[in-house]
Design a protein around this ligand. Structure first.
Ligand SMILES: [Zn+2]
Length: 344
């Protein structure tokens, strides 16, 4: 099956100045895909702008209007670390629309799987507000959109960005149709995502948080995926898997303190692809979240595409972490999470 990618130069127009989340991230990814020859093996999916009604599937109208007004005024700061420019409202509608387009292409069978290379990222944006570099919650909007349009009953969102996707959790906290599983560094920004946050009401158990201590690397993530994420996904039986793909758990990424390598990311993607093949006819959509070291971001996305293309060779330009401190023992944490969620 063909592997699709969403990209459009409009994503470079969300001008954040000297901010760490800037256009050079996507420029690095796309030029790397061109140079490696991988781009020709992929199917370009054209993004469209999400409508206000589609943004409002997740967000309060006041939040949408606020971002719109801010753009009309030429941009500014939405919170202490989220900045936008005059073009950012339009770009953000294309980021949400891009994930919708990718998901539609997969469900309609035009491609087998897809990766939406979009910015601004989305998983911190809550129904009420922008935060953490995110304006609108792209993956949550796409999930809500396809649940309604295709009458799906169960969508799984796996979020391996190093930060907890608080906005996605908030959106689906009481919605049993979406299983949200997040692995993230803890304690860390944004402070949410504890083991005890498991969803509410009829959705109790459909939020699975895996807060990991700093210093976790490939082996710890593999254990988390194999022992928690795989059995939880099998029990839920999703009809579609969406992934909040942030690559800031890489050891060379400046925004967090994890020790994952490019090979480690490719292992995680392999497990996720295996789940999609086993549980939902391969229907799998990645959406870009974080990842701030340009070299490792580009290499990790290349590795992701290779796994989706069933190409097993991984190019890892930086290799394993050179830091020699001891990895934390997360066995008790895994055991506790398995107990809380009755996962075997
Ligand atoms: Zn992140």
């Amino acid at each position: 099956m063909k592997v699709g990618y969403v990209y459009h130069p409009i994503y470079l127009k969300h001008d954040t100045g000297q901010h760490v989340e800037n256009a050079s991230r996507l420029e690095a990814v796309v030029s790397h895909l061109e140079q490696s020859g991988l781009k020709q093996q992929l199917e370009l999916i054209k993004p469209r702008a999400a409508s206000v009604e589609e943004l409002a599937l997740v967000h309060d109208r006041q939040h949408v209007t606020h971002v719109q007004d801010m753009a009309e005024k030429g941009g500014g700061w939405l919170d202490s670390d989220t900045v936008m420019s005059a073009s950012s409202y339009e770009v953000a509608t294309y980021a949400a629309g891009g994930v919708i387009s990718a998901t539609e292409s997969v469900i309609d069978g035009e491609v087998g799987s897809a990766f939406a290379l979009v910015r601004p990222p989305g998983h911190h944006a809550t129904p009420q507000r922008a935060m953490g570099f995110c304006l609108f919650n792209n993956i949550a909007i796409a999930a809500k959109y396809v649940l309604a349009k295709y009458e799906l009953e169960r969508t799984l969102i796996i979020d391996f960005d190093v930060h907890h996707g608080n906005g996605t959790q908030d959106t689906f906290y009481d919605n049993p149709q979406v299983l949200y599983i997040s692995s993230h560094q803890s304690p860390y920004y944004p402070g949410t995502g504890s083991v005890g946050e498991i969803g509410s009401g009829v959705a109790k158990g459909t939020t699975v948080n895996i807060p990991l201590p700093a210093g976790c690397g490939d082996a710890e993530y593999r254990a988390v995926f194999q022992q928690i994420i795989v059995p939880a996904a099998r029990r839920f039986k999703p009809q579609l898997i969406l992934v909040s793909a942030g690559y800031d758990a890489h050891w060379a990424d400046g925004l967090a303190y994890m020790q994952v390598s490019v090979s480690g990311f490719s292992q995680m993607v392999k497990i996720i692809k295996g789940l999609a093949d086993e549980l939902c006819g391969g229907r799998l959509v990645f959406s870009l979240e974080g990842g701030y070291n340009l070299t490792t971001l580009a290499a990790s996305i290349e590795a992701t595409f290779k796994v989706l293309l069933d190409n097993t060779e991984v190019e890892d330009p930086l290799g394993q972490s050179p830091h020699s401190f001891e990895a934390p023992n997360i066995a008790p944490l895994i055991k506790a999470i398995k107990e809380i969620h009755s996962v075997n």
